[in-house]
Design a protein around this ligand. Structure first.
Ligand SMILES: Nc1ncnc2c1ncn2[C@@H]1O[C@H](COP(=O)(O)OP(=O)(O)O)[C@@H](O)[C@H]1O
Ligand SMILES: [Mg+2]
Length: 256
């Protein structure tokens, strides 16, 4: 089956003052694809997401969704949602209130806000916690609320910015499974930023490896291991993964 292109980025550049952070990026994401952006801290990952969702305008370049140029559209008109590392929940609202809140401002959902919010909390396994405030939830549960809030608006593309970096190992593993389940169920296009090789390999259809504002390689997990494009990919990706996992071949088998 032919995979349609959901998102296409052409020649995207971004600077903060005189510091050029993204240097002419070109990539495309397929409809329903899970693409990770993997690179060391400071390489420009968050800046890519901020450009995609429209929080900052690029210096130059274009972003296309379903073939339409959305480079100048407002964030709310891009059909994208984002999940941050630090959850960004309202502390004075319950889990249900946090999910419901965004829906109340959207005329398509307003009348059904409570019902949709309840469904989304159930989807991430938190029905029993709907009345709790963030302080009464674990980190993993708070991130589930943030994911439910993003899913509730039914975005075509979901962006994740290191959503698991504040969680312990057990919470990460269960949230990984949850994300894969959500992607299968909604068939959403997901772009997932991480500096964690293992996480990228466990989750992704393809991985875009970045260093210093440039794409080093975009490929499947298997191809990255078998045919790293350059020394950076082979050291930052393959060697680091090998240090974490004993048998790479076996790892690729069990995770795909
Ligand atoms: N608001 C900003 N003002 C100035 N420099 C920034 C700003 N945000 C990020 N940077 C710089 O841009 C580079 C890329 O940052 P970022 O996109 O956050 O990288 P990553 O998410 O991969 O860690 C870094 O050198 C960072 O210090
Ligand atoms: Mg970042």
């Amino acid at each position: 089956m032919e995979v349609l292109t959901k998102l296409e980025v052409k020649d995207l550049s971004h600077s903060y003052g005189s510091h050029r952070v993204l240097k002419g990026l070109n990539f495309a994401v397929g409809d329903g694809e899970f693409l990770s952006i993997l690179g060391p801290s400071g390489c420009g990952k968050t800046t890519i997401l901020r450009n995609l969702i429209g929080l900052v305008p690029p210096d130059s370049g274009s972003i296309f969704k379903d073939g339409l140029d959305i480079t100048r559209r407002k964030p709310s008109e891009r059909g994208m949602g984002i999940v941050f590392q630090n959850y960004a929940l309202f502390q004075n609202m319950t889990a249900l209130g946090n999910v419901e809140y965004a829906l109340r401002f959207n005329e398509n959902f307003r009348g059904r806000a409570r019902q949709i919010a309840q469904e989304m909390l159930a989807l991430v396994g938190l029905e029993a916690f709907a009345a709790k405030k963030p302080a009464g939830l674990s980190g993993g549960q708070q991130q589930r609320v943030a994911i439910a809030r993003t899913l509730a608006l039914n975005p075509e593309i979901i962006l994740f910015d290191e959503p698991m970096s504040a969680l312990d190992a057990a919470a990460r593993l269960s949230l990984r499974e949850e994300l894969k389940g959500i992607q299968r169920r909604f068939n959403s296009t997901m772009i997932y930023v991480t500096h964690d090789q293992e996480e990228a390999f466990a989750l992704s259809d393809r991985i875009m490896v970045m260093d210093r504002g440039e794409i080093q390689q975009i490929d499947t997990p298997r191809n990255l291991i078998e045919r790293p494009a350059n020394a950076f990919v082979s050291e930052f990706v393959v060697d680091n993964l090998r240090r974490k996992i004993n048998s790479l071949a076996q790892y690729v088998e069990i995770t795909r």
